[in-house]
Each structure stands twice: as C-alpha cells, then as structure tokens.
Write a new protein. Structure first.
Length: 135
C-alpha cells in the first residue's frame, strides 16, 4: 500500500496473491476512504466478500467474480469485467465502465450493478432483489 500526496490509498495488485490483496482491501475499507487497485491485470476474484462500506476503484479490467458476495462496498471498475461480476451480492454498488462477461449480477439479493457497456448471456439470472442496469 502507498499513500499519494493527496492522501489517496493505492494498493498494487501486480503478481501478488489475490487472497493477500483482498485481505489488504478489507483491512483498509472505511466509509470515508477510496482505495485504488493499480495494475489489476484482469485478475480473478478482486474485491470479493467486502463486508463493510467503503469505495474501491479498480484502475483497469477485472477478471472473473469481481465484487462477488459484496455487502456494502462501492466498487468501480475502470475497464471491463469477466463473468460472475457481483455474484451473490447482498448490498452495495458495482459499476463497470466497460463490458461484463456472462452471469453479471447472478443471484444478487440487493444492491446495484451498473454496466455501462454490454453484458454477455445470463445477466441477472436468479436475481432475488437488487437492480441491474445495462447500457
């Protein structure tokens, strides 16, 4: 983790184990803080099981299951996302600037998923609540 001159929190993803990255995100999550994930490299499972409010910005594309099991965080992806985006989400917001793969917002129970591009097949399958917007 680094802190910029403006006070922004930056977490370098690179080749680090994703379990370690997610542990770091959870430890830094705070309602008044933005955490930027730099060099995400379309890794899978980024930002999974975030159980508190806070803002996470993925500076690039994310792989499979980004934002899965989210319960309160806001996750912004400045790129595209693989399949399973926000799967099983309870609350919070996931925003994708690009496209999303298959099964975006599958089985969500609450929260909002916004995809500013296209979604592949089975978007919103088995939704029990929440909102899915596809541009």
């Amino acid at each position: 983790m680094t802190v910029s001159a403006e006070g922004a929190i930056v977490v370098e993803v690179g080749d680090r184990p994703i379990r370690e990255v997610n542990r770091e995100i959870r430890s830094l999550l705070d309602p008044g803080r933005t955490i930027t994930l730099r060099n995400p490299g379309a890794h899978h499972n980024l930002g999974v099981a975030l159980l508190a409010p806070g803002r996470v910005v993925v500076d690039g594309s994310a792989g499979y299951y980004c934002g899965g099991m989210n319960d309160g965080a806001t996750i912004e992806i400045r790129g595209s996302a693989g399949w399973g985006l926000a799967e099983g989400m309870l609350s919070g917001t996931v925003i994708v600037d690009g496209n999303a793969g298959s099964s975006a917002a599958a089985s969500i129970r609450g929260g909002e998923v916004v995809v500013r591009g296209d979604c592949a097949a089975r978007a919103g399958v088995s939704m029990k609540g929440g909102l899915l917007l596809i541009a």
